[in-house]
Design a protein around this ligand. Sequence first.
Ligand code: BJW
Length: 225
Amino acid sequence: MRIAVLTGAGISAESGLATFRAVDGLWESHRIEDVATPEGFAADPALVHRFYNMRRANAAAARPNAAHLALADLARRHDLTLVTQNVDDLHERAGSPAVIHMHGTLNGALCAACGHRWAAPAVMAPGDPCPACARPATRPDIVWFGEMPYGLDRIWEALETADLFAAIGTSGNVYPAAGFAQHARRRGAECLELNLEASANARDFHRRIVGPASRTVPEWVASLG
Ligand code: BJW
């Protein structure tokens, strides 16, 4: 069976990482336009670096939970494409191979001038020089609003050939990820959502399993045999 899984901030919530749109989430204390757009970075790079330095430190201190571990186990038993919108590395640290980080990663740095990529230091600051071209144009390797997500060719292909698509812990507010269920469903996949509540695109799923990911994901993975 071919399975495509999309994960969002909800899968890392029980590892202690804040989601975006919850009442106490990241967008309560930070304006999206200020910290998650290229325009925000151009206006105040120090603020944006502080935001991602803080998130990088939180992610480094967090540990994978039972949901991350169950998806790593699923990859050992099925043909799985694992796509995450998350910028933490908890899937990798749980043992998942070949995770597609469509919104980038906190552990990556990107030169806005020459496109070079390298491992991010724990703390990044405005004016840090690019190791390849030496220009002071380093930024976090994160996909902000208005930018093209990574890995889309591989993702569309996986959605088109999947027998089963599951979205875990994502609110369905951000495109193109919010359109994946509709795309997979039209190509014949069974679509399943695992969340604490119905997402914004709940109508695109055949079925929903309600509850915390650390319980529902291991139970769902076990049910697949
Ligand atoms: C639990 C749980 C537990 C809690 N167990 N569950 C108008 C219409 C359509 C599209 C657009 C439009 N105007 C602009 C756009 C495009 C735009 C967009 O979608 N905007 C919307 C706001 C409308 N998208 C883009 O710009 C994207 N690029 C793009 O479109 O390129 C052009 C293109 C064209 C054609 C094809 C393809 C591309 C880029 C989007 C970049 C998003 N970046 C961010 C920030 C950077 C990463 C970071 O800092 O971490 O990514 S935004 C933020 O939202 C972050 C997340 O990855 C993303 C999704 O959030 P997520 O994961 O769903 O989190 P929450 O908090 O929303 O939800 C958590 C869920 O978990 C909830 O449902 C809870 O119930 C649940 N939960 N605890 C299970 N224990």
